[in-house]
Design a protein. Structure first.
Length: 124
């Protein structure tokens, strides 16, 4: 698991800010929020979800620093989600269905099409 300092640095890069206070302001949080994350050595997963959706950046990159900062295709995003679930601690584990409300319609359509294709193939 990446350390919180690295994750904060990536969040700052997304918002093009230099200080923890400026990052907290951009996220709409109290000015002490980032220092609390550092002290607890944990950033809530909802922060990564929101930044990923709002700023169109890779949640995998935000959490782990792996891959590209930019969002990828639906297939890559689905792979990203499965990789991400292995990177999170138990108290942050997620299910793909929890992320679907944050996904673009095109992504959801592609996932549904892939699942339908898998279902058809499994019935042969």
């Amino acid at each position: 698991m990446q350390n919180v300092s690295d994750q904060v640095d990536r969040l700052k890069k997304v918002y093009k800010v230099k200080t923890d206070v400026a990052l907290a302001e951009r996220l709409g949080k109290d000015k002490n929020t980032v220092s609390v994350w550092r002290r607890r050595k944990n950033i809530p997963l909802d922060v990564f979800r929101k930044v990923s959706v709002d700023e169109s950046v890779s949640i995998d990159w935000l959490v782990s620093g792996v891959g590209s900062m930019e969002l990828q295709s639906a297939d890559q995003t689905l792979n990203e989600i499965s990789l991400l679930s292995g990177l999170l601690s138990n108290n942050q584990s997620i299910k793909i269905v929890e992320l679907l409300p944050y996904a673009p319609k095109e992504f959801i359509d592609q996932v549904i099409n892939r699942l339908e294709e898998f279902k058809r193939l499994s019935q042969l």
